[in-house]
Design a protein around this ligand. Structure first.
Ligand code: G1P
Ligand code: ZN
Length: 542
């Protein structure tokens, strides 16, 4: 078996963002582009000889070819054992679980919730042996190396078959093709009360799960329909397609429209759920009722001891900074620590590894726990089903009772997508310059308590991350946050997060848009959004 050393010219644009390197598909199709980045990954990861590497992706366009290339490059770089999901498929949480079964690390191919196909997006990231996204120090080193590489190593291997479950000896490489679903489904069965959920379905409870033609279809069918007895057809759009059926596999009120129409329509079922391209995001709906991701995290934390895997309680919880403080109120009542981290799942890894937290989440439809080191869409759905089964209450009733107990955090996010980079940077620079003068001033009837550019010191390893988003905090618990997205592939995306806190019983049932109207005006005015970007409306309101 020969190894070819191929000359390449370095790529200066291979700097991973919030979750890996994400680009338009044609960018990844440039000659040597993928190979250059993968070589930089292998150089930095220095996988010890004899240890295994997990490879899988969400099945989008280019997934299979990329996996073939990465397998050959793994062999070319001295890796002797590779584990791949059948057909190259692995959801991100299932990949995290597999890595944690004893591999040195893993390579996950996905652009998450971004559309796929020849005109869509593609992405790649490296997860370390704990199953979690590599830390910033690693991704920075990879970017630096990718910008100076002059060659990569690729092995000439005999043919191999990604469809045949079992072990193949391919030259010097041992290739294990595994069922992408089984180990993950078995893990879920250890965490949740499958008997209680089975009884719930047997009683006539009706669920709709929208897999959006992305990776979770086979997982959801196996667990919900086969193991838990939900009727056949419960899972819709269950077959993963390379272009996600032309859709945008992002589980929110805008893009999961088929599910939303059903759940807000006349014939709404009891429970609706959706997940994204690679299966780590989730949306939870009750009958004509939307659960915000921030509230979802808080409800899971408050009800965790009803679920077998969390019966002994939570060590602590964490949320990303822009996520609403709903979970903070639960942590306070439970007397457990609540950590506030920068955006992106990688910041939860150290806290989970150190046993400081059990549950964590982000406002961007991400929830997870210490069972893997990624957020996990189907896990969140099962957690909710378990709570509903035990409490015998509807999703809406559970959330309303939660607000009555802990108070309500009204929350909305405005996204301005594909803004020219200069204009977006101008908005942030303008806000930074304004920060110092804000405390004590009155805006829209509220008084600014503090304003800063969020900086984080990891409580476990002491590493620091600066400039993670601008926060304007008001004395009554309201808050405005501004940051630029790290996952976009076109221009810049400005995100504005707006939140107010309410505890008065007669003010818990307002429309979010009504409750936040004045604060939204303050937020957009302070940032001079219209003047600086020319945008009178956001691209998406969540
Ligand atoms: C977005 C979300 C963030 C999430 C990431 C990956 O990143 O805001 O919470 O971790 O996608 O799913 P952003 O584009 O804001 O950098
Ligand atoms: Zn995702």
């Amino acid at each position: 078996m020969g190894v070819t050393i191929v000359s390449t010219s370095p790529f200066a644009d291979q700097r991973p963002g919030t979750s890996g390197l994400r680009k338009r598909t044609p960018v990844f199709q440039q000659p040597h582009y993928l190979e250059n980045f993968v070589q930089a990954l292998f150089d930095e990861a220095a996988i010890p000889s004899g240890s295994s590497l997990v490879i899988g992706g969400d099945g989008r366009f280019l997934n299979r070819e990329a996996i073939g290339t990465i397998i050959r490059m793994a062999a070319g770089n001295g890796v002797t054992h590779v584990i791949v999901g059948r057909g190259g498929l692995l959801s991100t949480p299932a990949a995290s679980h597999l890595i944690r079964q004893g591999s040195a690390g893993g390579i996950i191919l996905s652009a998450s919730h971004n559309p796929g196909g020849p005109d869509g997006d593609f992405g790649i990231k490296y997860n370390a042996g704990n199953g979690g996204p590599a830390p910033e120090s690693f991704t920075n080193a990879v970017a630096t190396r990718a910008a100076s590489l002059t060659s990569y190593r690729i092995a000439e291997l005999p043919a191999f078959d990604l469809e045949a479950i079992g072990r193949q000896q391919v030259g010097t490489l041992t290739l294990d093709i595994v069922d992408p679903v089984r180990a993950y489904a078995d893990l879920m069965a250890t965490l949740f009360d499958f008997d209680a959920i089975r009884a719930l379905f047997a009683s006539g409870f009706r669920l709709r799960m929208d897999s959006m033609h992305a990776v979770t279809g086979p997982y959801a069918v196996e667990m919900l329909e086969r193991r838990l007895g939900a009727p056949a057809g419960t899972v819709i759009n269950a077959v993963p397609l390379p272009d996600f059926g032309g859709g945008h596999p992002d589980p929110n009120l805008t893009y999961a429209h088929e599910l939303v129409e059903e759940m807000f329509g006349e014939h709404a079922l009891d429970f609706g759920a959706a997940s994204d391209g690679d299966g780590d995001r989730n949306m939870i709906l009750g009958q004509r009722f939307f659960v915000t991701p921030s509230d979802s995290l808080a409800v899971l934390a408050a009800n965790a001891t009803l679920v077998p895997g969390y019966r002994s309680g939570l060590a602590g919880v964490a949320r990303s900074m822009p996520t609403s403080a709903a979970v903070d109120a639960v942590a306070e009542k439970l007397g457990i620590p609540c950590f506030e981290t920068p955006t992106g799942w990688k910041f939860f890894g150290n806290l989970l590894d150190a046993g400081r937290i059990t549950l964590c989440g982000e406002e961007s439809f991400g929830t997870g726990s210490n069972h893997v080191r990624e957020k996990d869409g189907l896990w969140a759905v099962l957690f909710w089903l378990n709570i509903v089964a035990v409490r015998g209450m509807s999703v809406e009733a559970i959330v309303r009772e939660h607000w009555a107990t802990y108070g309500r955090n009204y929350y909305t996010r405005y996204d301005y997508e594909a803004v020219p980079t200069d204009a977006a940077n101008g908005v942030m620079a303008h806000l930074r310059a304004a920060l110092a003068a804000l405390p004590g001033t009155s805006l829209g009837g509220r008084t600014v308590h503090a304003a800063d550019d969020f900086a984080y010191t990891d409580p476990v390893d002491g590493s620091t991350s600066a400039k993670q988003g601008i926060r304007v905090l008001f004395t009554d618990g309201a808050r405005i946050v501004y940051r630029l997205s790290g996952t976009g592939t076109e221009g810049a995306t400005i995100r504005v997060y707006i939140e107010s806190r309410e505890t008065a019983a007669d003010r818990l049932g307002m429309e979010t848009a009504v409750a936040l109207r004045a604060l939204v005006d303050v937020a957009l005015g302070l940032a001079e959004i219209v003047a600086r970007t020319g945008r009178t409306e956001p691209t998406v309101i969540t």
